[in-house]
Design a protein around this ligand. Sequence first.
Ligand code: G3P
Length: 253
Amino acid sequence: MAIAAGAREVFTKGCRDIMRFFIDSADVSEIRDLAATGLVDGVTTNPSLIAKSGRDFVEVLGEICALVPGPISAEVAATDTTSMLAEGRYLAGIAENVVIKVPLTPDGLKACRALTDDGTPVNVTLCFSAAQAILAAKAGARYISPFIGRLDDVGADGLGLIADLVEIYSAYPTFTTEILVASVRNPEHVVEAAKMGAHVATLPPAVLRAMFKHPLTDKGLEAFLADWAKTGQTILKQPSQGTDDAKPTRRRA
Ligand code: G3P
């Protein structure tokens, strides 16, 4: 999992200020709820998530694109390049922020090159090796999606793959492909990938919610509130307790 000296510096130079978070879901109400935190930069969907939603793909995709202004990945269902291109161009027409997701197959990478040349960003999915990620970068992918949880599930090292990709992509600064850490199972995956400088993590809603939690935060807040109650004070005065004249004057920090 170690990254070669200097690689992280070179790699992160091209990154925006901080790791971006996408939501890995096709549940519109869940996405709406999480988008309200202001922490969501995009969304990824896949056929399994669409099936889980029980809704029409195109309808759901339109709603998500209107809800979140960032990149929204929509995956093709075809397996041959010609049909992938037809599906990808149709889906890309739904909204300006659609990113087309294609599987990491020879046909998928041919579709990736053609869509990229048309100006449509592509997310190459189902990546399980560094060799595959090199091919995706050469095919012009905007994002590569390494599935780290599924690698861990079979006894391989998901985060080790992220470290390899950071090292390889940083060796070729002309690669514009961003590492989109996928199949994330817990906050620790996010922390470790962020330490390596991965550009994006796509998070199941439960993982983003879990990232807020720490028992000492809950305990500390409980103690603060109990002590505050003892003071008998309120920060905002009740109408009966004051007038507009009582408003504090804001001072410069
Ligand atoms: O969106 C693709 C990826 O994140 C799937 O994750 O949990 O089905 O392995 P998972």
